[in-house]
Design a protein. Structure first.
Length: 151
């Protein structure tokens, strides 16, 4: 199965679950679980923008940092630039925040509300270098869009 096929299967499953418009936290948790199950990346989760920092939300993977500053790190960069950030080697990213030393590459996608304000980020880490590419960016931005009217 190609990466694209894995995302197609993920989105099919997500659309069925999200159609029910359940609780936001539950839907984000199921989103992380589906992506983890289908894609197998090391860590997948959400951080909410609250009080000028990012706060850990639903996730799948090893224990994570509860709070992230907006001063440094890949998640902070996605908030500052209001765009998806792909990092092939986190050890070369200035100010990288290492919540888990096994993380080698990362992609972070901002989640916007219907007013265009960033309310959260979708963060994926992998324990291999250069795991994320344009296929991930395209699909994860689509998935983030499912929450625009809900976050």
């Amino acid at each position: 199965m190609t990466k694209n096929d894995k995302y197609i299967a993920s989105v099919r499953e997500l659309e069925i679950r999200l159609k029910k418009k359940g609780e936001l936290i539950s839907d984000l948790g199921n989103t992380a679980a589906i992506l983890k199950k289908r894609l197998g990346y090391f860590w997948i989760g959400f951080y909410f923008l609250k009080d000028n920092r990012l706060v850990l939300g639903p996730f799948q993977g090893t224990p994570a940092c509860v709070y992230l500053s907006l001063d440094s790190g890949v998640c902070a960069e996605a908030v500052k630039t209001r765009s998806t950030v792909v990092v092939d080697d986190v050890t070369k990213f200035p100010g990288h925040v290492a919540c888990d030393p096994n993380s080698k590459s990362e992609i972070v996608v901002p989640l916007f509300n219907s007013k265009g304000e960033i309310k959260a980020v979708l963060d994926l880490d992998d324990d291999e270098f250069s795991s994320f590419d344009e296929v991930d960016k395209e699909w994860l931005e689509k998935i983030a869009g499912y929450f625009t009217d809900r976050i």
